[in-house]
Structure formats: C-alpha cells, structure tokens
Design a protein around this ligand. Sequence first.
Ligand code: NAG
Ligand code: NAG
Ligand code: NAG
Ligand code: NAG
Length: 626
Amino acid sequence: MGLLGRLLWTLGTACVVTVGATGAADQQVFSVPLDASGSCTMFWRVDYARRTLQVEIHAVLPERAWFAVGFSDYGEPSPADYCVLWQDWRGRTRLQDSWAEGGRLRVEGRQHCKDFRHTRVGNVTKFTYSRLFDTCDPHDYVIEDGTTHVVWATGAGPLFRLDGVSLLGEGTRRGMQRAQLLKNTNVDEGVPADAWTLDVRAARVQVPAVDTTYWCHVAKVPRQLARKHHVVKYEATVQHGNEGLVHHMEVFHCEAPVKEQVPLYRGPCFAATRPDATKVCKRVLAAWAMGAKPFVYPKEAGLPIGGAEFNPYIMLEVHYNNPENKSDWVDSSGIRLTLSPTLRPHDGGVMELGLEYTDKMAIPPGQPRFQLTGFCIAECTEVGIPVGGVRVFGSQLHTHLTGVRVVTKHVRGGRELPELNRDNHYSTHFQEIRRLKRHVQVLPGDALITTCTYDSRPRPNVTLGGHAITDEMCVNYIHYFPKVDLEVCKSSVSDASLQAYFRLLHELDGQATGPHLGVSDNYKTVDWTPVRAHVLSSLYAESPLAMQCNRSSGARFPGDWSAMPSTSILQPLPAPGRHCANLHHQDHDHDHDLDDDAGPEHPDAGGLMEDWGQGDTMKWETNGPN
Ligand SMILES: *[C@@H]1O[C@H](CO)[C@@H](O)[C@H](O)[C@H]1NC(C)=O
Ligand SMILES: *[C@@H]1O[C@H](CO)[C@@H](O)[C@H](O)[C@H]1NC(C)=O
Ligand SMILES: *[C@@H]1O[C@H](CO)[C@@H](O)[C@H](O)[C@H]1NC(C)=O
Ligand SMILES: *[C@@H]1O[C@H](CO)[C@@H](O)[C@H](O)[C@H]1NC(C)=O
C-alpha cells in the first residue's frame, strides 16, 4: 500500500470534519451518502499528480455480504464498472475488479482496484482501494471532470466465486448517487470575519397545484445595504422535506432608478396580475439549482450589492416542479447570501451563454444524442467586453430533463482554446455551480460556443425550447470578474431561416407546416423521422443566428443582430490525451505480484486500525444514520 493509502486509512477517522477544511490540498477527504438512510457512505480523495482516486466505503452490512461500488454513465446498474468486496467459502475477503453486463458481474482479466484494505467495526464493513482516473482498460469507466454517477449493490454472501453474480436479483439492494469526484481542491471556503448573512426567502408559499410554477417574491434589502457590499458566498436554504419540489432558484436585482419603489409582488411570475413594474427585476445576482453546494467567490472578487446607486429591491424566483399537481405543498425555501462590507479588488458578474429561451429551437422525439448549440459570437464580445477582458472562475451548466452532456468551447481568431467547461455525464438533477480549476481569460472578439446533447428517446413528441420543465434549455451561467455590461450572449436560429424551413418542409416533404401556424405548432405538426431530424440538425448548423447580445439593463447592444454568422472553428483543439502510454511503466511494480485479484488483505490488529474504528464510531453517533 502506498503512502496515500496509509494517509487515507488514518484520515478515515476524521472524514466528515475534514470536508471543506482548508488543509493542504492533497489532504482533503470528500464524502457523499450513497443511500437515503445513511447506512452507506463513500469517502474519497483525489491525487491529481498520480491521476488516482482513493475510495473508502463504510457500509452497515450483514456478516459476509458482498458490496459492489463503481461507476456508470448515467446511474444505470448495468452496464457499469465495479470494484467488489466479497468473502469466499474459506472466509477469505477479496476485492475484485468487475464490470456488469446484462445485470451480472464479470471479473476483469486485469485488476485495477488496488491498495485494498478492509475491516469490520460492529456491523459496519469498511474498505478502501485506489484506482487510476483512466485505467486504459476498455471495460473500465474513465473518471472525468464533471458529474460522475456512483453506483452500488450489495447482497448476501459468502460466494464461491464472483463471476456471474446478479446485481438485479431478489435480495440485492442497490442504488446510485451523483458526485463531482474530481473536485477543485484549491477553493478557500473561508469568509471574511465581518461578513453577515441575508436570507432571501419565499414566505410560506402555497404552491399551486400545477406541474410547473415560477414563483416571484419581491423584497426590499435591509438598510445596511445603503453601503456597498460584496456577496462572497451564497447557498440554498431549501425547506426540509421539499428537496424534490424546489428545482431551481435565482435572485435578481430590480434595475430601476435608486428612488423608485418596486411593488412587493408575491405570486406566479407569469400571472397576468404581476405588476409590470416588477419586470425590471431581471439582473441575476445568484443562481442555484438542485444539487448545488454553496458557491464561494475567489478572494479577488465579490458580487456587488447595495450602495448609493443601488435600487434596494431584489426578487427571488423559485421554480417549483410539482408533476403530481399536489395542492398541499407549502414552501419557504430561498437563498442565503453572505455579505462582506470590506470590498474586494473586483466586482464579479454573471453572464448567460447558450441558447435563447425560445420555442424556435426544438429536439425531435426518439433521438439518442441530438445536439443544440448556442453561440456567444465574436461580434458580441467585441462590443460587450472591454480591452483587458474578463476572468471566468465559475460555471453552472443548465438544461432540463433530457440534457445528458454540455460543453462550452472557447475560440479566439478561429483557433480553439482549452474548453471553458464540459460535463460528459450531465444530469439536470445535479446542477452545481462549479469553481473552474483554472481561471479562463475571455477577450473581446473571443467566441464561446455552448453545445448541449439531449436524449429524447423516451419522448413521443417534439421537445421545444422554453421555460417549463418538460421544455428544454441550453445555458451556461458563467461567473467572472471584473463585471462588464454584457449580460446575455445567447443565440437561436434566425427567424427567416426557420420560416423558410417550415415552408420547404411543406412544399418538398408534404408536411402540414407553413406560415399559417406559429412556431410551436409548426414543430408539433411534423411527423418526425430520423431523416427529418437530421435535416433539422443541418438547418441549425448552417443557418444564420438571431443573437441576444444584451446589456445588464435588458436592452440589446446597438445594431441588427437578427441574422449573424456563427463563429467557426478553423483550428480545433486536439483530442485530450488519455495518459495511457505511461500506464505500464507506472504499474510495473504492482503487476508481478498480483494473481487474479487485489486480495486477500488481512486487517492489521492494532495501531491505525484502532484509531480508524474509534473515529468511525464517533462519526456514526454524531452524524448518522440520518
Ligand atoms: C448497526 O449497529 C448500530 C449500533 O450498534 C445499530 O444501532 C443498528 O441498528 C445496527 N444496524 C443494523 C442494520 O443491524
Ligand atoms: C398536472 O397538470 C398538468 C397541467 O398543468 C397536466 O398536463 C398533467 O397531466 C397533470 N398531471 C397529473 C399527474 O395530474
Ligand atoms: C403527444 O402528442 C399527442 C398528439 O398531440 C398527444 O395526444 C399526447 O398527449 C402527447 N404526449 C405527451 C407525452 O405529451
Ligand atoms: C434582449 O434584448 C431584447 C431587446 O431589448 C429583448 O427583447 C430581449 O427580451 C432581451 N433578452 C433577454 C434574455 O434579456
């Protein structure tokens, strides 16, 4: 076992306490509960230098039970890549690298679950192992930046062999949890000593008995904000029990003259009774979506709030997702802002990239991987970003239910630069605002191209762009400093191209489309086939763009943005290297002493083990199961 293994073994005692602590980067241990009852927890640590993940599982299990933990693309139990702890008939405890196919475990030829150790304290089985991010084995999952779906399964033992064991059988418990495994270990979570918190919360909202509600709640900020502050951190305060109801929340500033009063409207955002005077509440201050952890600003910047020129009204918008149309939801969720009167060197801002929220963009049904792309074109950053540029430090990717992958590419003068953000295993249920591992400088004339991939196989009908949870979006909210006037840099297909397409679809392909129908109805009337889906995809790729190149005030930058060319990538970025060439060299020491698995390992009698056990007991008494 390497040094890292021993460290984790020791640190296992203090896992929960260690999370978020500001210790040396490679000492950070993260954790996530694997099931709702808290009876199993995964701890992990990331070693970027060795491109290795150290995993430790604590699970309440019957004696001799087997436990499989691993990864799959979107949380399916099979196909998936597992490391499995199990006991054979001779009482030997083993850890084997396996993959699942057709719901059954298959044992790998080459073993990549390494540095195995295990113990049992009371009814808790604990084991640890390490694994390369990319083992270069075709059966193994590659751990990447972004979302990882951790899958697990457990059943009764002992077993005479692991190969062929069913993951789906009766008596097998299993589950899935999403986590960002390759955490940014350089985030300082500290806030200044003089910081205070402001809760922006809806007050006992009687959630309407419809599937989608955007609830608007206008509030006036306290007097202390007559002086300018910086928001240095914010997080959600979701009412206990309503975690599944509250889909996303945003806090907006009401961009009105400082003396102007804004009505304290509390009601559905799209209601006819919403006063027009609240429509100015649209400058994003904070955005949270399901699954996101607290967002902490880098020490160079904070989000400005308050001051002599600041209209004191803000608005919370809560997206309630109530698919069962329940009438008895009452909710007081909101966002907690941490504010510092000591200003940092720069004001931070939020910019929206991607697709305009419009039914002009659509996803045909039955498509395994349909892509929509939203452009922030060179012409828009040219006018919207001053010389000197901005530094992007955070990003929140956003789609609704069918989104499975999101990437934002960065182009300068036709040459593609390293990607701004990518999530190959995106889930709408895990929209963290993530601090980027490197700040990205964006200069005037750069283009940022956001592509979302959708899986519309479960949909019988076309999915339109729009606000409802059953509609789709493709957005990247980027967090940057210093703040500039450009707030929305998004596109959609130009109106003229779309109208021409509907006309041609009628004339050449016999569809009932045409100018007599609105955009939504045109899309809905098409009888979607793979060929028609392909043609739509080409239309989007080749048509000019309608650009939303808007200032914070909501007004467009001057000019005609209705039919702009999309920015093309003349020199694409080479595909990322897989670090596979060095693998044999790195592995050489281990290879010759492995038989067919990483076990058996026998628990040590004392020392570290005792420490570990006591720490665990303490943890379970104070933290779980909950
Ligand atoms: C495991 O042990 C704890 C403490 O000894 C006990 O409270 C819990 O009920 C046990 N759980 C199971 C599933 O046996
Ligand atoms: C909930 O209401 C929506 C309309 O808001 C309707 O389309 C949907 O079928 C209803 N769902 C249920 C489960 O009743
Ligand atoms: C799909 O469209 C048909 C025809 O408009 C409609 O009857 C059906 O309810 C739609 N299905 C869904 C899931 O929206
Ligand atoms: C952008 O500006 C145009 C023109 O003022 C406006 O119609 C549109 O709603 C704005 N878009 C956004 C997303 O603010």
